[in-house]
Design a protein around this ligand. Sequence first.
Ligand code: SF4
Length: 257
Amino acid sequence: MSGIIFDIKRFAIHDGPGIRTSIFFKGCPLSCWWCHNPESRKTEIEQLNFKFKGKNQIGWETSPERLLTDVEKDRPFYEQSNGGITFTGGEPLMQPDFLIETAKLLKQNYLHLCLDTSGFASTKIFQDASQYFDLFLFDLKHLDDENHIKYTGVSNNVILKNLEYLVENKKEVHIRFPLIPKINDDSKHLENIASYLTHLKDIKNLNLLPYHKIAQGKYEKLNFENKMKVTQEPSKTEVENIKSFFEEKGFAVKIGG
Ligand code: SF4
């Protein structure tokens, strides 16, 4: 059993509780206009004729056993901080067998596991994988399906179904809402998000991820079309106002992470 990842970040503090190791899976079925990790999008290992983050290659093959050895190094930090391991990407559910085998092995070794996901996977894959995770960082990008298709390339139907499955099965879910100017930050859409999440019940934690231009250079390097060239980052005041809006609706809101 093997799979392809493109990064391992040790001592991560924004990808779930405590100190964590984040494992970045390669491949994503979405193509969000604002994606900060365009190097994650292709499923295969990429050989480059230039340096990207100091290397001529994006991605490498690894195994569940190898990952267990890698993450074990920091066990004392996870134990002291109530941290653990976060699977992110890309979309980890794009490599379901590898994800499930790795999660199973890490779980047998008593590690706290978190899945950072777009939620875009077949119901069967999603439900099979979800039993191994303690916490889900679940992206909610747009509630209007037409807009979801326009800005991410896929429908939100299965995503919302998968989110509702987690809630019905009493899983711990933190919603991650990327705040993208003029795409999903108008007051009507914010109202819809608040009302949808309130009706789901049991969802209290909301992370606002304000759009930033940090990844722009990556688009040029990797020759990806950048559809967000003219979009400005939201101001601190705008983000604070949206934070207050959700807090007034009863959510525990964090900016970032
Ligand atoms: S789901 Fe995440 S990794 Fe995939 S395209 Fe969107 S922002 Fe990028």
